[in-house]
Design a protein around this ligand. Structure first.
Ligand code: CDP
Length: 507
């Protein structure tokens, strides 16, 4: 692998498998190929990792179909298939080598309790494979959502330099989730197994409608699976990102089950979504929020809501009427005849209208920038725009950026990010932006002082001040290019919202 790696220019995308390749693997390979830049390569490994099998599990009888695997991998577009032996993976022997340990909170749910040591075996082998292959991206299926979550956490908590990408579960024509273990099923067992998907879908609809309580739905589901001749190991509803028990009120939950059909253990799940996802991106002035949020919205097929533009539009209106932006009463009187509208994003541009007039350019004027924080602090302005933003976001399917999105506008957003950068970096970005828009550019020190002052006003106002929401992830973007920030947002989004339930639109 090292020699092969050294002889290849370009990045490598990596699909680790235990062989027994099926259409689910083929899809991972195809996605990796489609995403791998020239002259990159896609490597598939086939290694049945003894460390992740427990006593009495199916290590001995696990499908070994190497010839067929080579064919399938090749047809799906893989550059190479790599079949390491045990000594390459565990030079000190399986029993006496290093072991990684996943955090116990991720092991106390779903498959964790019934498969002690399994996920530790998985993270150990994945970390070893990553060290040998050194890929740019690691591709895993969403079918094993707990495994995917644990590997993602390992990569981010240990700071490994690889992106983890997930693919939606591929199903066979009868709806059974593709799995190497399906090969074990006798015809009658196979017929029973089809009930898993059917029962999960039925239960998900009930959870979605919220007419029956979560516990009752789970009891019914268990009964239904048993009636189909399956032995139930668990049925659980968890938060997709933390894997901890989900609240009934959550708009996105994971309903998962493990059963045995005959002697074959099968797992499957379904996402229960009561409204489309919402992403909240907050942060101080000049952090590059609008640029990356706009691009992120396009990449993920979400609507884009630039709430700052709405505050800017009100500010422009106030200035055009020569009112004092600091005078709450004067501002309030002007709100009566005011309509602020945003057009959906087209080619990366969102048009902003004030009473039907296009003010997209005008609201970026430094004069507006200088007064916007004063106007945005008034209770009447906040109440009006917050209500309007919440109306726009009722159905979800959007990413909103501003100062108070995660705290006041959409406190139940699936993903909250606090996007920031040092004031020096933000001043540099602001200077570039002004230059591009054809405005005169003040000295960097002056720009920095303006930014710091606006942050102070925004974060000290009484109503909905700029603060990082408790459940927000901070993303400090100094030294990160735009693409890298968008990738990071996508990765955070995908930890919570599966492809399965919100597919990435074709580019
Ligand atoms: O200049 P920059 O692009 O960083 O800011 P913006 O997103 O255009 O927002 C301009 C101003 O609107 C902010 O400084 C805040 O005073 C105000 N704002 C707010 O109070 N709440 C929001 N959700 C968004 C913006």
């Amino acid at each position: 692998m090292s020699a092969w790696r050294a002889s290849r220019p370009g990045p490598v995308d990596f699909v680790p498998t235990m062989g027994g390749l099926h259409q689910g693997h083929a899809e991972l390979i195809r996605r990796a190929v489609a995403c791998c830049p020239e002259p990159g390569s896609v490597v598939v490994s086939v290694y049945i990792n003894p460390l992740q099998f427990g006593e009495g599990e199916d290590f001995e009888r696990y499908p070994r179909t190497f010839e067929a695997d080579c064919l399938l991998a090749g047809q799906a577009g893989a550059t190479a298939i790599w079949c390491p032996d045990e000594r390459q993976i565990y030079p000190e022997g399986v029993a006496s080598g290093w072991r990684l340990q996943a955090p116990s909170a991720l092991l106390s749910v779903l498959c964790g309790p019934s498969r002690p040591g399994h996920f530790d075996g998985v993270v150990t082998v994945v970390s070893r494979l990553l060290a040998l292959v050194q890929p740019r991206q690691l591709w895993l299926g969403e079918k094993d959502w707990q495994q995917l979550t644990i590997v993602r956490r390992m990569v981010s908590d240990l700071g490994l330099s690889v992106r983890v990408r997930g693919c939606a579960t591929v199903r066979e024509s009868d709806g059974l989730a593709a799995s190497s273990r399906n090969l074990y099923l006798l015809p009658a067992e196979r017929r029973s197994a089809v009930a898993i998907g059917v029962a999960l879908r039925g239960a998900a609809t009930q959870l979605q409608n919220r007419l029956v309580g979560q516990n009752d739905v789970l009891i019914q589901l268990r009964r239904q699976l048993e009636t189909a001749g399956l032995e139930v190991e668990y049925v659980e509803v968890v938060d997709p990102s933390t894997l901890q028990p989900a609240q009934e009120t959550q708009s996105l939950r994971l309903l998962a089950a493990a059963v045995c059909s005959g002697s074959t253990r099968l797992i499957d799940h379904i996402f229960v979504m009561t409204r489309s996802p919402i992403v909240a991106i907050d942060g101080p002035a000049g952090a590059g929020k609008s640029t990356v949020t706009r691009a992120f919205a396009e990449r993920m097929g979400l609507l884009y809501l630039d709430t700052g533009a709405m505050y800017r539009a009100v500010t422009l209106w106030v200035q055009e009427h020569r009112a004092d932006p600091a005078n709450a009463d004067a501002v309030e009187r002007l709100l009566n005849g005011l309509e602020v509208d945003l057009s959906p994003l087209r080619n990366g541009v969102q048009t902003v209208f004030v009473n039907g007039r296009d003010v997209t350019e005008a609201i970026r004027d430094p004069k507006v920038t200088a007064a916007v924080s004063l106007v945005a602090a008034h209770a009447c302005v906040r109440a009006l725009l917050t209500r309007q933003q919440q109306r726009l976001g009722e159905k979800g399917g959007l990413v909103a950026e501003g100062r108070d999105i995660g705290t006041a506008v959409f406190p139940d957003a699936e993903l909250k990010v606090f996007l920031t950068a040092t004031p020096e970096e933000r001043a540099r970005r602001r200077a570039k932006d002004l230059q591009m828009r054809g405005h005169s550019v003040p000295a960097l020190s002056e720009l920095e002082a303006q930014i710091v002052e606006r942050d102070r006003l925004d974060s000290t106002r009484t109503i909905a001040p700029l603060v990082q929401a408790q459940d927000a992830t901070e993303l400090i973007t100094d030294g990160m290019g735009i693409e890298a920030v968008i990738d990071a947002l996508e990765d955070l989004f995908r930890r919570r919202v599966a492809e399965e339930v919100w597919p990435t639109p074709e580019r």
